[in-house]
Ligand binder design. Structure first.
Ligand SMILES: [Fe+2]
Length: 246
């Protein structure tokens, strides 16, 4: 395969019941608007980067699993602060829990991390998780992307930057030793974000439920609607990415 087409879907915030409301919208209805666009884009695989469920219920994960099965591609997930990782991993077998989850995508390695901690809104990566990142990168010299829920750099929105990844310096000290890391991508911030750190692209996926306008002190609804991020990872290490909207 010359390239791999990846969709990063994030912050779906669905609940056990179909009529549950989240920040004034119905997360299931918003996701439905995106599904057809995602299908038309023809991904090879799908990554869910946290806050799959608003209520951490089994029913929420089963609903997602059922709706995403229509895309007929492998689905890999990591938890966010709203998730219950036991129930999430019971429904989605390929879920990052204690160690980095390694996924092969052509020449690329995707590493999915679990930055969620019980009863914490902010994120944290424990030493075992970071050790597994170090080991995976040392063993795989090819191009790599790293995914987690919490932002490891501020995105410029104080309402969510107060709940960023804690002790991010330890995370960067591991990645900085491995120049094959081309991308670090996250969810959590409910807005698209793009920046760089040396040769590393820093990218967020917007929410499939509801997003905020960037650069705000308080969550300020973005009327542009639900969205997700896409990547095309080429065999030669080149990468394209953008935002897909319903
Ligand atoms: Fe979220």
């Amino acid at each position: 395969m010359d390239s791999t087409r990846i969709i990063q879907l994030s912050d779906c915030h669905v609940s056990a019941t179909a009529d549950a409301v989240y920040r004034g919208i119905n997360p299931r209805s918003e996701l439905e608007k995106l599904l057809a666009v995602m299908s038309d884009w023809q991904p090879d695989l799908l990554l869910l980067t946290g806050d799959l469920a608003e209520d951490g219920s089994r029913e929420a994960y089963e609903y997602l699993e059922d709706r995403l099965a229509g895309l007929d591609v492998p689905v890999h997930t990591l938890p966010g602060n709203h998730d219950n990782h036991q129930l999430q991993s019971a429904v989605f077998a390929s879920t990052a829990v204690d160690e980095a989850l390694q996924i092969s995508a052509g020449a690329w390695m995707l590493l999915l991390l679990n930055s969620s901690r019980p009863k914490m809104i902010a994120g944290k990566l424990d030493p075992a998780q970071l050790d597994s990142v170090e080991a995976a990168l040392a063993a795989h010299p090819g191009p790599a992307m790293v995914f987690l829920h919490h932002q490891p750099v501020p995105v410029g929105s104080s309402w969510i930057d107060r709940y960023a990844l804690q002790s991010a310096g330890r995370f960067w000290s591991v990645l900085d030793r491995h120049e094959q890391v081309k991308v670090v991508a996250w969810g959590h911030v409910h807005q698209g974000f793009e920046a760089g750190r040396g040769c590393v692209k820093l990218l967020s996926a917007p929410s499939s439920a509801i997003n905020s306008l960037p650069g705000k002190e308080k969550f300020t609804p973005d009327q542009a609607g639900p969205a997700c991020r896409w990547f095309v990872a080429h065999a030669d290490g080149e990468l394209e990415s953008g935002v897909l909207r319903a």
